[in-house]
Design a protein around this ligand. Structure first.
Ligand SMILES: *Cc1c(COP(=O)(O)O)cnc(C)c1O
Length: 350
């Protein structure tokens, strides 16, 4: 394969969570999707955008996604010049690396967290540095002055579910010589977020996604919040028509229906607390979660055994073979009836 870059030929590639073809016959708790449909206003907005004959699809969408930036800016309390919209937050994570790290420069992140950062950095030819966690869920040996180009902090963490305290993230921001990207994919399910730090520190960027809390994983919508200089750079890098017309219509409708959004998040948080307590009552070790999932370990610390047992009952959860994670499972919070079925299955599996 001499036509390819040798590093691209050699790289593994990211393996996303399994999407079974017969999705309706599973209780699907493996990729942190939202069990509730998006706001009814989303469907209406998509249908209105398509119109009676689909003629709107003939022309390119807005290149700037300006209406979306304005809706997000109003929601989060920023000027629209501080917001960029993305085709999933994955797109903006990629473009942050392209904007900050040249070939051979350092990209850092915490393990365990979202290993896709590593894949994106490899494609860029950057050097990936992995930092571990200590028993208190703080970064092991984070340097007094971080001299890499960019550091990704997933908070709340996935797959473990804990969130870093804001004053700790602030400490990291002050000792970070590069960009500190706080990946807040799960912040809508958490008690706090780092939005204030974007205003306060010029090296802090926050990424968000509509995939989880807004039930729109299938539309591919994410965003970043950062200083206008950073946003301008990201605007140069992205595909000029990165969001299609239907995604743009869906996004504005979803962000504007805050009552529906808040109700979904509240139900998921309530179910999360109920499910965590049920798991503890059968001897599972459950990390208190700030996301829409829990990381839980059975008493025999054999995550794979329980994964297989659930799989046999058509309940799909996430098991990671990594030695730091193989003792447990990451289980997405579904509807209350789905989690009741899951509990019944876990009791049977033992
Ligand atoms: C789901 C997830 C993403 C990706 O979000 P998309 O908007 O669907 O691309 C990014 N980071 C973390 C930590 C996630 O869990």
């Amino acid at each position: 394969m001499s036509l390819l870059r040798p590093d691209i030929s050699a790289m593994q590639g990211y393996v996303p969570g399994y999407q079974p073809p017969d999705i309706a016959s599973w209780i699907k708790l493996n990729t942190n999707e939202n069990p509730y449909p998006p706001s009814p206003a989303v469907r209406e907005a998509i249908l209105a955008e398509v119109g009676s004959d689909g003629a709107s699809l003939r022309t390119y969408p807005s290149a700037s996604s300006q209406a979306l930036r304005e809706a997000a800016a109003e929601l989060y309390g920023f000027d629209p010049s501080w917001i960029i919209m993305a085709n999933g937050s994955d797109e903006v994570l990629n473009n942050l690396i392209r904007a900050c790290a040249s070939q051979g420069q350092e990209v850092g992140y915490v393990h365990p967290s979202y290993s896709y950062y590593s894949t994106l950095a490899e494609i860029q030819g950057a050097v990936v540095c992995i930092y571990g966690l200590n028993d208190q869920y703080r970064i092991e040996a984070f340097p007094e002055y971080y001299s890499g180009r960019i550091f990704f902090l997933t908070s709340p963490n996935s797959p473990l579910g804990f969130a870093f305290p804001i004053d700790y993230i602030e400490e990291l921001a002050t000792s970070c010589g590069g960009m500190l990207v706080v990946d807040e994919a799960y912040a809508d399910f958490a008690d706090s977020n780092a939005l204030d730090l974007v205003r306060k520190y010029d090296n802090v960027v926050i990424t968000r996604t509509l995939s989880k809390s807004y039930s729109l994983a299938g539309m591919r919508l994410g965003l970043a919040i950062a200083r206008p200089e950073i946003i301008s750079a990201l605007d140069k890098i992205r595909d000029h028509y990165n969001l299609d017309r239907l995604a743009q219509a869906a996004c504005v409708a979803a962000l504007k229906d805050q009552a529906y959004f808040r109700d979904c998040c509240r139900r998921i948080r309530e179910t999360r607390e109920w499910f965590s307590n049920e798991l503890r009552s059968i001897g599972y070790d459950v990390i208190p979660s700030q996301g829409n999932f829990v990381f839980a370990a059975p008493p025999d610390l054999n995550g794979r055994r329980v994964y297989d047992g659930l799989y046999g009952k058509k309940i799909l959860v996430r098991h990671f073979s990594d030695p730091l994670l193989s003792h447990g499972l990451r289980i997405t919070i579904g509807t209350r009836p789905e989690m009741e079925s899951t509990m019944a299955a876990l009791r049977e599996i033992g």
